[in-house]
Design a protein around this ligand. Structure first.
Ligand code: PGA
Length: 253
Protein backbone atom coordinates (compact mmCIF):
# COMPACT_ATOMS: atom_id res chain seq x y z
CA UNK A 1 0.00 0.00 0.00
CA UNK A 2 1.38 3.39 -0.94
CA UNK A 3 1.98 5.94 1.79
CA UNK A 4 -0.32 8.78 2.70
CA UNK A 5 1.80 11.87 3.26
CA UNK A 6 1.30 15.44 4.36
CA UNK A 7 4.43 17.49 3.71
CA UNK A 8 5.01 21.13 4.61
CA UNK A 9 7.06 23.48 2.44
CA UNK A 10 8.10 26.47 4.52
CA UNK A 11 9.63 28.26 1.50
CA UNK A 12 11.63 31.39 2.52
CA UNK A 13 9.73 32.02 5.73
CA UNK A 14 10.56 32.00 9.47
CA UNK A 15 13.93 32.83 11.00
CA UNK A 16 15.85 30.12 12.83
CA UNK A 17 14.22 30.71 16.23
CA UNK A 18 10.73 30.87 14.73
CA UNK A 19 11.36 27.72 12.74
CA UNK A 20 12.60 25.75 15.74
CA UNK A 21 9.60 26.99 17.74
CA UNK A 22 7.14 25.85 15.04
CA UNK A 23 8.83 22.44 14.73
CA UNK A 24 8.78 22.02 18.52
CA UNK A 25 5.09 22.93 18.66
CA UNK A 26 4.21 20.53 15.83
CA UNK A 27 6.23 17.72 17.40
CA UNK A 28 4.33 18.17 20.68
CA UNK A 29 0.96 18.33 18.92
CA UNK A 30 1.60 15.12 16.97
CA UNK A 31 3.05 13.33 20.00
CA UNK A 32 -0.20 14.07 21.84
CA UNK A 33 -2.40 13.12 18.89
CA UNK A 34 -0.68 10.67 16.54
CA UNK A 35 -1.17 11.22 12.80
CA UNK A 36 -2.76 8.67 10.45
CA UNK A 37 -0.26 9.53 7.72
CA UNK A 38 3.44 10.25 7.24
CA UNK A 39 4.26 13.85 8.08
CA UNK A 40 7.26 15.71 6.66
CA UNK A 41 8.41 19.30 7.05
CA UNK A 42 10.72 20.85 4.48
CA UNK A 43 12.62 23.87 5.72
CA UNK A 44 15.27 26.33 4.58
CA UNK A 45 18.78 24.83 4.73
CA UNK A 46 19.84 26.82 7.77
CA UNK A 47 17.00 25.36 9.86
CA UNK A 48 17.66 21.71 9.11
CA UNK A 49 20.19 20.69 11.77
CA UNK A 50 18.41 22.59 14.55
CA UNK A 51 14.97 21.34 13.55
CA UNK A 52 16.31 17.76 13.37
CA UNK A 53 17.20 18.12 17.06
CA UNK A 54 13.66 18.89 18.16
CA UNK A 55 11.77 16.37 15.99
CA UNK A 56 10.94 12.80 16.91
CA UNK A 57 12.19 11.21 13.69
CA UNK A 58 9.64 8.39 14.05
CA UNK A 59 6.85 10.94 13.96
CA UNK A 60 7.96 13.70 11.59
CA UNK A 61 10.30 13.47 8.62
CA UNK A 62 12.55 16.37 7.68
CA UNK A 63 13.49 17.66 4.26
CA UNK A 64 15.24 20.47 2.41
CA UNK A 65 13.55 22.60 -0.26
CA UNK A 66 16.36 22.24 -2.81
CA UNK A 67 19.89 20.92 -3.25
CA UNK A 68 22.75 21.54 -5.65
CA UNK A 69 23.20 19.90 -9.05
CA UNK A 70 26.91 19.38 -8.28
CA UNK A 71 28.68 17.00 -5.92
CA UNK A 72 31.01 19.45 -4.11
CA UNK A 73 33.63 22.08 -4.70
CA UNK A 74 33.81 25.67 -5.91
CA UNK A 75 30.09 26.47 -6.14
CA UNK A 76 29.74 29.44 -3.82
CA UNK A 77 26.43 29.56 -2.01
CA UNK A 78 25.27 26.09 -2.99
CA UNK A 79 24.30 23.25 -0.64
CA UNK A 80 24.89 19.67 -1.73
CA UNK A 81 22.66 16.64 -1.30
CA UNK A 82 25.35 15.10 0.94
CA UNK A 83 25.26 18.20 3.18
CA UNK A 84 21.47 18.02 3.39
CA UNK A 85 21.69 14.35 4.35
CA UNK A 86 24.32 15.08 7.02
CA UNK A 87 21.88 17.34 8.90
CA UNK A 88 19.60 14.39 9.58
CA UNK A 89 17.16 15.26 6.80
CA UNK A 90 15.66 12.36 4.82
CA UNK A 91 13.85 14.24 2.04
CA UNK A 92 14.39 17.01 -0.48
CA UNK A 93 11.86 18.89 -2.60
CA UNK A 94 13.05 19.23 -6.20
CA UNK A 95 11.45 20.85 -9.22
CA UNK A 96 9.21 23.25 -7.33
CA UNK A 97 7.61 25.67 -9.79
CA UNK A 98 9.22 28.60 -7.96
CA UNK A 99 12.67 27.07 -8.58
CA UNK A 100 11.79 26.42 -12.21
CA UNK A 101 10.36 29.91 -12.80
CA UNK A 102 12.63 32.17 -10.72
CA UNK A 103 15.94 30.27 -10.72
CA UNK A 104 15.95 28.84 -14.20
CA UNK A 105 15.92 25.18 -13.18
CA UNK A 106 15.52 23.14 -16.34
CA UNK A 107 14.54 19.50 -16.69
CA UNK A 108 18.22 18.72 -17.31
CA UNK A 109 19.41 20.48 -14.12
CA UNK A 110 16.65 18.78 -12.15
CA UNK A 111 17.72 15.42 -13.48
CA UNK A 112 21.21 16.00 -12.00
CA UNK A 113 19.71 17.09 -8.70
CA UNK A 114 17.44 14.05 -8.54
CA UNK A 115 20.36 11.71 -9.26
CA UNK A 116 22.54 13.28 -6.57
CA UNK A 117 19.73 13.32 -4.00
CA UNK A 118 18.98 9.64 -4.58
CA UNK A 119 22.69 8.73 -4.58
CA UNK A 120 22.93 10.35 -1.15
CA UNK A 121 20.01 8.40 0.26
CA UNK A 122 17.44 11.19 0.20
CA UNK A 123 13.85 10.65 -0.85
CA UNK A 124 12.79 13.18 -3.47
CA UNK A 125 9.49 15.05 -3.45
CA UNK A 126 9.41 15.94 -7.14
CA UNK A 127 7.02 18.73 -8.14
CA UNK A 128 5.25 19.00 -11.47
CA UNK A 129 2.42 21.18 -12.69
CA UNK A 130 1.20 23.48 -15.42
CA UNK A 131 0.80 27.26 -15.49
CA UNK A 132 -2.58 28.90 -16.09
CA UNK A 133 -2.10 29.51 -19.83
CA UNK A 134 -1.23 25.85 -20.30
CA UNK A 135 -4.36 24.75 -18.44
CA UNK A 136 -6.48 27.20 -20.46
CA UNK A 137 -5.01 25.74 -23.64
CA UNK A 138 -5.77 22.24 -22.26
CA UNK A 139 -2.10 21.37 -22.41
CA UNK A 140 -1.74 20.32 -18.78
CA UNK A 141 -1.29 16.63 -19.51
CA UNK A 142 1.46 17.09 -22.05
CA UNK A 143 3.25 19.63 -19.83
CA UNK A 144 3.22 17.33 -16.82
CA UNK A 145 4.24 14.33 -18.90
CA UNK A 146 7.19 16.27 -20.34
CA UNK A 147 8.27 17.27 -16.81
CA UNK A 148 8.23 13.63 -15.74
CA UNK A 149 10.03 12.45 -18.87
CA UNK A 150 12.63 15.21 -18.77
CA UNK A 151 13.88 14.56 -15.24
CA UNK A 152 12.78 11.12 -14.05
CA UNK A 153 12.53 8.73 -16.98
CA UNK A 154 16.19 7.72 -16.92
CA UNK A 155 15.80 6.34 -13.39
CA UNK A 156 15.58 2.64 -12.72
CA UNK A 157 12.39 1.30 -11.12
CA UNK A 158 14.46 0.76 -7.96
CA UNK A 159 15.52 4.43 -7.93
CA UNK A 160 11.98 5.52 -8.74
CA UNK A 161 10.73 3.82 -5.58
CA UNK A 162 12.34 6.71 -3.65
CA UNK A 163 10.38 9.36 -5.53
CA UNK A 164 7.23 11.02 -4.21
CA UNK A 165 5.39 13.11 -6.78
CA UNK A 166 3.63 16.39 -6.02
CA UNK A 167 1.17 17.76 -8.55
CA UNK A 168 1.03 21.49 -8.04
CA UNK A 169 -0.90 23.46 -10.64
CA UNK A 170 1.03 26.74 -10.63
CA UNK A 171 -2.20 28.76 -10.84
CA UNK A 172 -3.24 27.32 -7.48
CA UNK A 173 -0.01 27.98 -5.55
CA UNK A 174 -0.36 30.74 -2.97
CA UNK A 175 -3.34 32.15 -4.84
CA UNK A 176 -6.14 30.84 -2.67
CA UNK A 177 -7.47 29.21 -5.84
CA UNK A 178 -7.48 25.46 -5.27
CA UNK A 179 -7.92 22.94 -8.03
CA UNK A 180 -11.21 21.16 -7.55
CA UNK A 181 -10.99 17.67 -6.13
CA UNK A 182 -12.10 16.43 -9.57
CA UNK A 183 -9.34 18.35 -11.37
CA UNK A 184 -6.78 16.95 -8.93
CA UNK A 185 -8.07 13.40 -9.30
CA UNK A 186 -8.12 13.62 -13.09
CA UNK A 187 -4.50 14.75 -13.22
CA UNK A 188 -3.31 12.32 -10.53
CA UNK A 189 -4.87 9.43 -12.45
CA UNK A 190 -3.12 10.62 -15.62
CA UNK A 191 0.20 10.86 -13.77
CA UNK A 192 -0.25 7.37 -12.35
CA UNK A 193 -1.00 5.92 -15.79
CA UNK A 194 2.06 7.69 -17.22
CA UNK A 195 4.18 6.11 -14.48
CA UNK A 196 2.61 2.71 -15.19
CA UNK A 197 3.53 2.98 -18.87
CA UNK A 198 7.14 3.77 -18.03
CA UNK A 199 7.93 1.92 -14.77
CA UNK A 200 5.20 -0.72 -14.65
CA UNK A 201 1.98 -1.29 -12.75
CA UNK A 202 3.62 -1.99 -9.40
CA UNK A 203 5.66 1.24 -9.41
CA UNK A 204 2.52 3.18 -10.37
CA UNK A 205 0.50 1.56 -7.61
CA UNK A 206 3.19 2.30 -5.02
CA UNK A 207 4.10 5.91 -5.83
CA UNK A 208 2.52 8.52 -3.57
CA UNK A 209 1.15 11.49 -5.51
CA UNK A 210 0.54 14.60 -3.41
CA UNK A 211 -1.62 17.57 -4.35
CA UNK A 212 -0.28 21.06 -3.71
CA UNK A 213 -1.76 24.52 -4.18
CA UNK A 214 -3.80 26.43 -1.58
CA UNK A 215 -4.54 23.27 0.39
CA UNK A 216 -6.20 24.16 3.70
CA UNK A 217 -7.91 22.36 6.60
CA UNK A 218 -11.24 23.30 5.00
CA UNK A 219 -10.58 21.65 1.62
CA UNK A 220 -8.03 18.90 2.41
CA UNK A 221 -10.55 16.23 3.31
CA UNK A 222 -12.42 16.47 0.01
CA UNK A 223 -9.21 16.44 -2.04
CA UNK A 224 -7.58 13.60 -0.05
CA UNK A 225 -10.74 11.50 -0.44
CA UNK A 226 -9.99 11.02 -4.14
CA UNK A 227 -8.51 7.60 -4.89
CA UNK A 228 -5.38 8.86 -6.66
CA UNK A 229 -4.60 11.64 -4.19
CA UNK A 230 -2.22 10.40 -1.49
CA UNK A 231 -1.83 13.60 0.51
CA UNK A 232 -0.63 17.15 0.13
CA UNK A 233 2.35 19.45 -0.23
CA UNK A 234 1.44 22.44 1.86
CA UNK A 235 2.93 25.94 1.64
CA UNK A 236 1.17 28.77 3.47
CA UNK A 237 -0.88 26.52 5.75
CA UNK A 238 2.29 24.73 6.93
CA UNK A 239 3.45 27.88 8.71
CA UNK A 240 0.89 27.61 11.52
CA UNK A 241 0.80 24.50 13.66
CA UNK A 242 -3.01 24.46 13.96
CA UNK A 243 -3.54 24.79 10.19
CA UNK A 244 -0.97 22.15 9.33
CA UNK A 245 -2.36 19.79 11.94
CA UNK A 246 -5.85 20.45 10.58
CA UNK A 247 -4.67 19.18 7.19
CA UNK A 248 -2.93 16.16 8.75
CA UNK A 249 -6.19 15.38 10.56
CA UNK A 250 -8.00 15.30 7.21
CA UNK A 251 -6.74 11.70 7.04
CA UNK A 252 -8.74 10.84 10.17
CA UNK A 253 -12.25 9.51 9.84
P1 PGA B 1 0.55 26.92 -1.04
O1 PGA B 1 1.95 26.36 -1.62
O2 PGA B 1 0.00 25.82 -0.17
O3 PGA B 1 0.94 28.15 -0.25
O4 PGA B 1 -0.32 27.21 -2.20
C1 PGA B 1 2.12 25.03 -2.01
C2 PGA B 1 3.51 24.84 -2.54
O5 PGA B 1 3.99 25.70 -3.29
O6 PGA B 1 4.19 23.83 -2.24
Amino acid sequence: MRKKIVAGNWKMNLNLQEGVALATELNAALTADKPNCDVVICTPFIHLASVANVLDANLIGLGAENCADKVSGAYTGEVSAAMVKSTGAQYVILGHSERRAYYGETAEILKEKVNLALANGLKVIFCIGEVLEEREAEKQNEVVKAQLEGSLFDLTAEQFSNIILAYEPVWAIGTGKTATAEQAEEMHAFIRSTIADKFGAEAAENVSILYGGSCKPSNAKEIFAKPNVDGGLIGGAALKCADFKGIIDAWKA
